[in-house]
Each structure stands twice: as C-alpha cells, then as structure tokens.
Design a protein around this ligand. Structure first.
Ligand SMILES: N[C@@H](CCC(=O)N[C@@H](CS)C(=O)NCC(=O)O)C(=O)O
Length: 217
C-alpha cells in the first residue's frame, strides 16, 4: 500500500502526484493542512511521521521518504515502465539541470517557512513578500527559458515529445507563478510546454483544485 502525505497547494507534493499519475500507481492521499494557523505539518502527530514537518512524505510498504526529488528518483527506479528520465547520462544530467533550477534555486526560497520568517522576523509586508516571491521565479524562469528555447532537446515537452521529470517540476512552479500574478509572458517556451502538459490526464488529475482537500468553489 502506498500513501502520499500532501497538501493540495504544495508544489512539491504536486510533482509527486503527477509522477504517480504518469506511472499509473495507486496511492492513498492524506492531506496535511499547511494553512497558517492550522499548520498540521508542525503537529507532534505529523512530526512523528516526518520529523522535518514538511510535505510531501511518501510511504511504499517499508520505504518511507521525505523530499520530492528523492521520492521521484525512487519511483523512477522502482517503477521504470513509464520513465521520467531519458536514456544516457548526458541527457539525464540535462533534464536534472532543468529540474534543479526550480527545485534548488526557486522553490526553497519561496516556501511557506521562508515567507513566514520574512513576515514574522524581518518585518516584510505583503507587497515586499510578493516581490520576493516573484523575483525568484522570474530569475529562475529567465535562465530556464533561455536554456529550453535554445536546446535541440526541446520538443512538445522539456525533453522531446514525452512528458518527464523536468515537466513535473515546471508545471507546479508555473501554477504558483500564476497564483501570485507573476508575469509569465516573457517565458513563451515555458508557457507552451506548461499548456501541453495541462492537456494530459495525469497532469489534470494532479491539479491543486482537483484534490479532495481543496476548498470547494
Ligand atoms: N525540498 C522539499 C521541500 C518540501 C517543502 O518545503 N514543502 C512545503 C510545501 S511545498 C512545506 O511542507 N512547507 C511547510 C512549511 O514550510 O512549514 C521537497 O522537495 O520535498
């Protein structure tokens, strides 16, 4: 039995949901409410599951993992039928490079804990926090757009015509950009790839608004 602890708006959990859907793996989803003030991720009960107090957290039998990059690599090694990474070390490194621009250089600067610290300890108001959030996305996406728009690897998706690892980092980050009104117009290749992904069932099923813990419209 597989279990994914997540939250509808968590982009790191969103990545894992897409991968599970692409690989057609059954999984029970357990919601951890990250809304400030509720903050179930900080509860003793949840920290007993994941000491880091973050989502996603994934259980597959005896295997218990936090950190979406580790979860995604695990899924790809153990369930390789629908691969997330291409053949060849250089191609795989290329795709990881794209994914890591988001995973290492955008997402960690914009997660809830960082935004909370900016507001709570450093006195940033909403406008400053919004600028912080948008600036890191714009900086990362500027590099990503340059690489992807100039690469022969780019097809309908970040690598060729099959969705893969880089796409499942890109789509949640684009979602966050739109949510915070960051202008994605300067990134036409990223917009095009994101739109292609969002026509596919595994990506649609993983959308935040399609999760059971999303507030009903
Ligand atoms: N590097 C981690 C990041 C996990 C992470 O920061 N998750 C956010 C949601 S996207 C979270 O749980 N935040 C809770 C908090 O900051 O208190 C991963 O990729 O899994």
């Amino acid at each position: 039995m597989r279990t994914l602890y997540g939250y509808f708006r968590s982009s790191a959990a969103y990545r894992v949901r897409i991968a599970l859907n692409l690989k057609q793996l059954e999984c029970e989803h357990k919601a951890v409410n990250l809304i400030p003030g509720v903050s179930e991720q900080k509860s003793d009960a949840y920290r007993a599951i994941n000491p880091q107090g973050r989502v996603p957290y994934f259980i597959d039998g005896d295997v218990k993992l936090s950190q979406s990059p580790a979860i995604l690599e695990y899924l790809d090694e153990v369930y390789p039928d629908v691969p997330l990474l291409p053949e060849g070390a250089a191609n795989r490194a290329y795709v990881r490079q794209l994914a890591n621009i988001i995973a290492c250089d955008i997402h960690p600067l914009n997660n809830l804990a960082v935004l909370g610290k900016l507001k709570g300890e450093f006195g940033a108001d909403d406008a400053l926090v919004k600028k912080w959030y948008g600036d890191w996305i714009t900086e990362g996406f500027t590099a990503l757009e340059k690489i992807v728009s100039g690469s022969a690897h780019t097809g309908e998706f970040c690598f060729g015509d099959t969705p893969g690892l880089a796409d499942l980092y890109l789509v949640p980050q684009m979602y966050n950009a739109r949510r915070f009104n960051v202008d994605t117009g300067p990134f036409p290749t990223l917009e095009r790839i994101d739109a292609s992904c969002n026509t596919l069932e595994p990506f649609i099923k993983a959308l935040p608004e399609n999760q059971p813990d999303a507030p009903k419209a």
